[in-house]
Design a protein around this ligand. Structure first.
Ligand SMILES: Cc1cc2nc3c(=O)[nH]c(=O)nc-3n(C[C@H](O)[C@H](O)[C@H](O)COP(=O)(O)OP(=O)(O)OC[C@H]3O[C@@H](n4cnc5c(N)ncnc54)[C@H](O)[C@@H]3O)c2cc1C
Length: 317
């Protein structure tokens, strides 16, 4: 079932979360152990992130360095199918431009369609680690807008190599990313919103936000979106803090602010167990505020740890 159908059928705020594929060499049990504790809160769908290749340098016997391509967390498509099969919930695979040409994207979408997966979160993807700017694959897409176009074409029965329109089209519900605190590369929020609007005009059905820790930023963002004529559901993404190091790591990686009150409370903690309690309490209060604001769904970034998300869910769902 499509994510938007879940929103339309919902009687109350939905609980959903995002998981990372296990590291190469781990098995599905590791992942199920992470998902199991969250299933009692009845998520209608689960997002699975996509991780592009990384480059590492290995020293050879002759002393020269060899550049090696490695993928630490492969398996998004297979994992989505396994989760749908095992838990009977919908999945939302993240689909990125980076590392794919158009044909590989088409084949991935055909696989997803045949596996009965009705949703995709369409993203550009981040730069390759240690590179300062995003470089599209030869024959690939430079922006999420272009990838949306390809998915919409397939939804209309138009494939890459044929002029003909096929009856056997896909029917993906398309989610996209939004940034209440602006995407790091956008010159300003208004410019970023212009591209967000374009993503919706091209056929995206809903938006999931980057994590934020101050609800006012989300509310301002939603108001600005509505002023711009972006009228699709905007799902807030939340992350309970669990370690002191996240105080600098999250702003550094995601270009977001952590409010003073939260940062000071975390700094005052004697260990990460205490940080988790502060993070969980903050996420509960944020969630309550967002429920009052009337969000259709709360989306939690589990980032490989379900314990804190479970504590939040226990208090709310
Ligand atoms: C909910 C969520 C889930 C994510 N999941 C993943 C994941 O699984 N894997 C992963 O690698 N990354 C993931 N990311 C990170 C995301 O890939 C990065 O933030 C990436 O840098 C931007 O992706 P995007 O789809 O927002 O890009 P785009 O929408 O393409 O925007 C990128 C930048 O270009 C500008 N822009 C957009 N369209 C155009 C255009 N047509 N012409 C010119 N400028 C344009 C925008 O303003 C923005 O600054 C996720 C992010 C979010 C919020």
């Amino acid at each position: 079932m499509k994510v938007t159908e879940h929103f339309n059928n919902a009687q109350k705020t939905l609980f959903t979360f995002e998981i990372l594929p296990p590291l190469k060499g781990e098995n599905m049990r590791t992942l199920f152990d992470h998902i199991d504790p969250l299933m009692e809160f009845k998520p209608p769908f689960i997002d699975v992130t996509y991780h592009r290749e990384e480059y590492v340098y290995k020293q050879r016997e002759n002393g020269l360095l060899e550049k090696i391509t490695t993928r630490k967390r492969p398996g998004t498509v297979g994992i989505c199918a396994a989760i749908q099969n095992y838990y009977k919930v919908d999945t939302v695979p993240h689909l990125i431009c980076g590392g794919f040409n158009r044909e590989e994207t088409e084949n991935a979408l055909i696989d997803l369609h045949f596996l009965g997966i009705d949703n995709v979160l369409v993203l550009r993807g981040d730069c390759v680690k240690n590179e300062s700017r995003f470089t599209p694959e030869p024959g690939g897409h430079a922006y999420a807008t272009e990838l949306i176009d390809q998915v919409v074409n397939m939804n209309n029965g138009r494939y890459l190599d044929d002029e003909q329109t096929f009856k056997n089209s896909t029917d993906f519900c398309i989610g996209v990313a939004g940034y209440p605190e602006k995407h790091s590369e956008a010159p300003n929020l208004k410019a970023d919103l212009r591209w967000l609007k374009k993503k919706i005009e091209l056929g995206a059905d809903y938006i999931v936000t980057q994590m934020f820790f101050d609800n006012q930023k989300y509310i301002n963002f939603v108001n600005l979106c509505r002023e711009e004529g972006i009228n699709v559901p905007i799902i807030p993404g939340l992350k309970p803090l669990t370690t002191k190091s996240q105080l600098s790591a999250l702003p550094n990686f995601f270009h977001i602010d952590i409010p003073c009150e939260l940062a000071e409370a975390v700094e005052a903690c004697k260990d990460n167990k205490e940080v988790t309690q502060v993070g969980v309490e903050w996420a509960i209060q944020q969630s309550k505020g967002l429920m009052e604001f009337g969000v259709p769904c709360l989306h939690y970034y589990s980032m490989g740890r379900s314990g804190s998300v479970r504590q939040v869910a226990e208090a709310l769902f």
